[in-house]
Design a protein around this ligand. Structure first.
Ligand code: CU
Length: 168
């Protein structure tokens, strides 16, 4: 939610350095956004389904480099359902903010760009890997052997997944 609204305010030619600046400005709002979505999450998960229609595999989070609080996470998401789903965000209690990014070649340089959403057709998979789509985690204090990242979909579905720490 707040991801998308922030993305709209960013210029198309934004480079990643600007993304960090924007994030710093937005931090007080992040806390509110996280706690309200967390509440939706508990309702959803306890009430209805842990949607087996959506399957997360290869879920990995890069270990923090010394002195850094930012890292990246990767996964494969399979849509076993009969209709398309739209992944439009992610969040984690262990990070101040999680953004979906992709990497594009701009004038012979690899640049990270915000990725507002990914549509996964029925029976298809979306792959988040190094050098392409990825999750960017900001404000991570420390990483245990694994962390929970909750994937958010446009229909309100929340899908918590366990990401294992790897050193890449
Ligand atoms: Cu990134």
């Amino acid at each position: 939610m707040f991801n998308q609204s922030r993305i709209k305010t960013l210029n198309q030619s934004m480079v990643i350095a600007l993304a960090f600046t924007a994030l710093g400005c937005a931090e007080p709002n992040n806390t509110a956004a996280v706690s309200s979505t967390a509440q939706i999450q508990s309702n959803k998960v306890s009430g209805a389904q842990q949607s087996p229609l959506l399957e997360v595999t290869q879920a990995k989070v890069r270990d923090l480099l010394p002195g850094r609080s930012m890292t990246a996470a990767y996964f494969t998401l399979k849509n076993n359902g009969t209709t398309a789903v739209t992944l439009n965000g992610a969040m984690s209690d262990a990070a101040k903010a999680v953004e979906m990014h992709t990497v594009k070649m701009v004038e012979d340089q690899m640049r990270m760009r915000p990725l507002p959403e990914v549509v996964i057709e029925a029976g298809q998979s979306a792959t988040f890997v190094s050098g392409s789509h990825h999750l960017m985690l900001f404000g991570v204090a420390e990483l245990n052997e694994s962390m929970t990242i909750t994937l958010q979909f446009s229909d309100g579905t929340l899908l918590p997944a366990e990401f294992s720490k790897v050193s890449l």
